[in-house]
Design a protein around this ligand. Sequence first.
Ligand SMILES: Nc1ncnc2c1ncn2[C@@H]1O[C@H](COP(=O)(O)OP(=O)(O)OP(=O)(O)O)[C@@H](O)[C@H]1O
Ligand SMILES: [Mg+2]
Length: 572
Amino acid sequence: VLKRRDVVIVWLAGASLVLALLTVFAIELSNTQAKSRRDVTARVHERAVLAAALIDSLLQTVQEQTPQLAQLYGTAKVTAATLNAHRDRNEYLVLLDARGNVLAASQGFTAQARANLARSAALRLVLARRTYGLGNLLPYGRTSAVDFAVAFPTPHGKRILLTGFGPQALGPFLQGDLRKIPGVKGAHNYVIDGNDTVLASTNPAAGSGFRFPAPARAALARSSGERRGHYYEQVGLANSTWRIVLAEPDGPLFASVSGFRKWVPWAIFAAFATVALVALALGRRAMRASAEVRDANARLGQMNDELASANAALEHRARELSRSNAELEQFASIASHDLQEPLRKVRTFTDQVVQAESEQLSPKGRDYLERAAGAAERMQALIEDLLKYSRVGTHGRSFAPVNMTELTRGVLEDLESSVERSGASVHVGELPTVDADAPQMRQLMQNLVSNALKFRRPDVEPEIVIEGHADDGTATIKVVDNGIGFDPQYSGRIFRVFERLHSRAEYPGTGIGLALCRKIAERHGGAVVAESMPGEGSTFTVILPLHHRDGIDPGTARDAPRGVRHEPFVPA
Ligand SMILES: Nc1ncnc2c1ncn2[C@@H]1O[C@H](COP(=O)(O)OP(=O)(O)OP(=O)(O)O)[C@@H](O)[C@H]1O
Ligand SMILES: [Mg+2]
């Protein structure tokens, strides 16, 4: 069995483990999501780089034309006619020397175009020793033009051919390439110049010549980022101010890590966390409950111990009591036995004095002597009764079946003279046979019958009915008289030793008879109860178990017959 502290430690360890796992899981999950996001943006960047490289490689082919250019424009003097001849659909052609001075120009090279030279990015790139350069959209007439510069060596030094052309010429070529760039649905690809003006795009709403508004231009200052639900990535094209911009809507782009999908793993995580926390809470409750059970058990154990010690104390007291009872009985028996001898002597001598010396005595002296003799006689009766009482427990015999009818008839024979003297009519019914100590049963019945005879009404002939029945393992015997009766409030007291309700002058006796009856009945595991009303007779009911296993002395028998309540037995 785990101790409470161990259980708490185990629970805390479990809780920490669960929390640690949850934390690690959460970190891992958010890392994974961040990583997938990074992967996606890296792929967009790759696309942009590839697209830029593709366009770059197309433009590189221009370099292959340098020998041809050197042949065309390498002569000492180049005329406008030559340039005009090769102008094609371009707005203008202009030939410059290595320092950027105009050597010759074709038709269409307007004053505006000449002024544009000063801010031509294409020219600047070539002057900075690039083999070619692409510039921004420049104002040209009612529209605009892009310029493209190529440097080539001639016998007369390096020369530069600057071609100005309308952006619409670029459109089909660039758009074709832009369309080839893969992307999610709703993605738009742009080629923009150094001024954030669109040269070509796959977005019909922002075609060639479209200039991004200021906030978008501010965003384009960064190579990548997010704006209005779109992720964008830009890569510059070599030898130009141009850039490729790929813009893809966040939703489809980050589908795996945004919106609903982003929250799915988190929802699962939350579910796990909830389950784990609930489990922990349940664990805690179970722990508390088991702690309570343990506490209750401990309390119960404690109570058990207390009960056991109380029982032990009780048993000890019971043993003490029965020991002191036995000692008391022994003492009473010895005392009464030893008292008998001197008493007998007192009686013998008083009798002798009365018989031999009575003439010499004064009437007063004779009266005293007679009273002394009477007292001695009463004392002897008392001692004999006490001796009987004290011997109920110690001198008892083992039990054997006793026919109570026969026994009662015997008792009545013994009492024949008093029955006759009182003129009583006695009826004895059919009484049960019980396992009992016959002499004690005899004492019991004798006491009850003699009481019924003794406490008769002076003017009423005594009628005594003795009847009984047996049922449910119990014998019930009633002795009913029509005598003087007594106040029912004394129906308990009369069973105590020396308790009498009537004066000795009226009704002689020692007051031990009923105490003896009770003691005998109790030794048999039974009881005696009295019911009466003054002037209406009395009923004494003896209740006895019919059978005793093994015929042993049941003086300690615990189960009194059912329905019988009697005072606890405390011997005098
Ligand atoms: N049948 C009865 N009718 C009325 N009172 C009774 C009856 N039996 C007993 N008592 C009352 O109960 C008292 C106690 O009876 P118990 O038999 O113990 O004493 P006792 O008859 O006076 O003396 P002992 O029986 O010792 O000679 C009696 O003194 C009497 O007052
Ligand atoms: Mg009596």
